[in-house]
Design a protein around this ligand. Structure first.
Ligand code: SF4
Ligand code: SF4
Length: 508
């Protein structure tokens, strides 16, 4: 990435890195590691229980924690505090080790430096989750964790940037997209300091064996008042190659805070901003099809993923199997399920949203008479960020269901694990513990999440339309508003149906 002098900073009164104790801990050299170590220990525990514990999903930490608790906490953290999961991500601990071991390798191949790989990885994970029933298999979930650790280690050892986080990791991709709604973002405190910064260590890292003389700290006598010394091991710059003064959204930011540690001018902050401001800024999202379709496809999978857990999916799968002649061909059940799932995922999760969004963009161009002025890509990419709130609402409604009906299951499963290892000081497991019993209450919370997402999307689309089409804004908004309404109604229908209580003892 070539830094340019164009600098950006969100207006912010709050900087988390300036908080008395929290700021120091976050900026500390081992601040992130202190968060990662407990998560790495937890990942090791899940792998251990997944391979050696009870194969029943509802009795095993490997299935209950990732599929019931992690996803619920992740969406809550994204909404309230930002990309906390990536900040504490255990998969990047071996990755950092690989980086130290391997030195500086080449960059990730240019042809793969886009979000298409991430889109493919996401779809593959959604497909594998449904086809192999990860949620019901502790051993498969443990293998998934091992695969994550291995992939991040190998990719980091081979390449100089952080390709696993930036181009591959499905969890990171999900977090990148929905942390654009978060109330905090990396930004610089004083853009003038960046203009005269020579080292740009926030991007490149600090490895100089000599202390850096800060040009803004040279006294009247020409001697430096203050210098910045690097630690003997050096400080990493931004692994995903973001340049702090140019950051306009949370896309690609794993909140590692390496930029804040590396900046010798102490000029990087974790600033508050109005949630969702990045969605309507003209320059916050590059006008690229890969990024636009990632956002739209991820929102569509919020529907498709939920559809995989309600009764009509079985009827559809049966009719597809019959209609495509798979049953008559004598294929195994697993092969039939794979083909049918691929068809549902590709049509419902990819082809339909891609076609509908292209048609909507074309309709908006015609209605606003901007066919000559705006390319189809420009019209589509401008409105793609408006799908972030509704996508988040759909995923939050889905994950909230599993979390709310099962959050207390962590207690008996932990009791069971300890009892199994002759450490039963928490007593015998009480398997009656689940979560909120009233499905009406859970359904109400789901509908609130869905409606909030829809309203957020509508507001974002309205602002984008006003910026793009000015007096023609209503005409430009109409097709997008209809598409968003369609998604909201589909979500409302899905969440009104009985959903499988995966991960709980009654559904193992
Ligand atoms: S190292 Fe600090 S001062 Fe230099 S460009 Fe980066 S944020 Fe700005
Ligand atoms: S170093 Fe890069 S990824 Fe890490 S917090 Fe700073 S901008 Fe985000």
């Amino acid at each position: 990435m070539t830094p340019s002098p164009s600098l950006y900073r969100p207006a912010a009164a709050f900087d988390a890195l300036r908080l008395p104790l929290i700021g120091r801990v976050l900026r500390h050299r081992y601040g992130r590691l202190a968060l990662q170590i407990p998560f790495l220990a937890l990942a090791a525990l899940l792998v251990y229980d997944g391979f050696t514990g009870d194969p029943l999903a509802g009795r095993n930490l490997a299935t209950v924690i990732p599929w019931v608790h992690y996803r619920g906490f992740a969406v809550l953290a994204l909404l309230l505090a930002g990309n906390l999961f990536c900040m504490g991500c255990p998969f990047t601990v071996p990755r950092t080790l690989a980086k130290r071991l391997s030195g500086r390798g080449p960059r990730f191949p240019r042809a793969l430096r886009s979000k298409w790989l991430a889109v493919a990885a996401l779809i593959l994970l959604f497909f594998a989750y449904e086809w192999l029933d990860f949620w019901s298999s502790p051993a498969l979930t443990a293998w998934l964790i091992v695969a994550y650790l291995a992939a991040s280690f190998i990719l980091e050892a081979l390449f100089s940037e952080s390709p696993f986080c930036k181009y591959v990791c499905p969890l990171g991709t999900f977090n990148f997209v929905y942390s654009t709604l978060s109330p905090v973002q990396i930004a610089v405190r004083d853009r003038e300091i960046c203009r005269s910064c020579v080292g740009r260590e926030c991007l490149t890292g600090s490895y100089s064996p000599q202390p850096v003389i800060l040009i803004d700290q040279v006294g009247v006598n020409g001697a430096p008042d203050r210098t910045h010394a690097h630690s003997p091991q050096g400080t990493l710059g931004c692994g995903t190659l973001l340049f702090a003064p140019q950051i306009k959204s949370n896309i690609d930011c794993v909140m590692c805070l390496d930029c804040a540690r590396a900046c010798p001018h102490d000029n990087v902050g974790l600033m508050a901003r109005r949630p969702g401001t990045a969605l309507t800024r003209a320059d916050a999202f590059p006008p690229r099809y890969d990024l636009a379709f990632l956002i739209i496809i991820l929102a569509a999978f919020g529907l498709i993923n939920a559809f995989g857990m309600v009764p009509p999916v079985y009827a559809l799968m049966q009719s597809l199997a019959d209609g495509l002649g798979l049953t008559a061909a004598g294929l195994s059940d697993a092969a039939i399920e794979a083909v049918v799932l691929i068809a549902i995922f590709l049509i419902g999760g990819v082809l339909l949203p891609v076609a509908l969004s292209l048609l909507t963009a074309a309709a908006a161009r015609r209605l606003t008479r901007t066919v000559q002025r705006d390319s189809l890509r420009a019209a589509l990419c401008a409105f793609a960020p408006a799908f972030v709130p509704i996508g988040f609402g759909l995923w939050a409604a889905h994950y909230a269901f599993h979390f709310l009906v099962g959050f207390l299951t962590i207690i008996p499963v932990t009791q069971y694990f300890l009892q199994d290892h002759h450490l039963g000081w928490l007593g015998a497991p009480n398997w009656s513990l689940g979560g909120i019993d009233s499905l009406e209450v859970v359904g109400l919370i789901q509908m609130i999440a869905l409606l909030a997402g829809f309203v957020g999307s509508l507001l974002a689309a309205q602002r984008i339309a006003a910026r793009l089409y000015r007096r023609q804004a209503m005409a430009g908004l109409l097709p997008w508003a209809l598409l968003l309404l369609l998604m909201m109604m589909a979500g409302g229908w899905l969440f009104s149906l009985p959903m499988e209580m995966r991960g709980t003892i009654t559904f193992s």
